[in-house]
Unconditional design. Structure first.
Length: 214
């Protein structure tokens, strides 16, 4: 199963507080082609959701956990593209500590992100509907000094969901909002016509230097 790139709605859900947090990528979800509207312009693009579990404490020293004593989670929805102006490319370049080479831009498998740690910056914004949203504004590498201290044990199982060959057991763990987003996509509605994918990551890409996380 490959996924390649060239908010739950629960009233009891507690958002991740704003600020910089240590986080681990644990799940990647193919959302299919989605409609977006910005300043009156409507566009359709293939979207992906990258989800993180957050580790650490808030400014009062309280652990960042849910009512079930599990790590808080947060995700970022992105267009599945590595074009020059794509936010996904910007985020991954920041996370890696360098931009992609021309050869690497031929294709990058998002499964390489699973289990990778990052420093995420969380902010809040108000949407056009007047609602407040918690967002991941930046994704950066973990500082070497923090790595030397030792990273926490990951909590959530790693998983990747692709509409092309859906893992329905994983699908059932999604929030109703994510399920609805996936099932209303044209790829899901007509799975006899699988979505277009980009070429796989070039050979040798996974054997990069230790200071580059993926």
């Amino acid at each position: 199963m490959s996924l390649i790139a060239r908010d739950s709605g629960d009233a009891s859900f507690t958002p991740v507080p704003t600020g910089m947090h240590l986080a681990r990528c644990y799940r990647i979800v193919d959302l299919g082609t989605q409609k977006t509207e910005f300043q009156g312009t409507i566009k359709y693009a293939q979207k992906v959701l990258i989800q993180f579990e957050v580790h650490g404490e808030d400014e009062t020293g309280k652990p960042l956990v849910t009512s079930k004593n599990e790590p808080m989670t947060i995700g970022k929805r992105l267009t599945l593209s590595l074009s020059e102006k794509a936010t996904l490319r910007k985020d991954l370049s920041n996370w890696r500590g360098r931009d992609f080479s021309p050869e690497e831009l031929r294709g990058f498998e998002l499964k390489n992100l699973l289990g990778v740690w990052a420093m995420i910056s969380v902010s809040r914004s108000v949407g056009n509907n007047g609602k407040e949203y918690t967002n991941i504004s930046t994704i950066n590498p973990v500082p070497p000094a923090l790595k030397k201290q030792g990273l926490p044990q990951g909590f959530n199982p790693l998983g990747i969901f692709s509409i092309t060959s859906p893992d329905m057991e994983l699908f059932e763990t999604f929030s109703e909002r994510i399920k609805e987003t996936i099932t209303t996509s044209p790829e899901w509605q007509g799975k006899s016509n699988p979505p277009k994918t980009l070429p796989a990551v070039p050979a040798g890409f996974e054997d990069m230097e230790d200071d580059i996380p993926f």
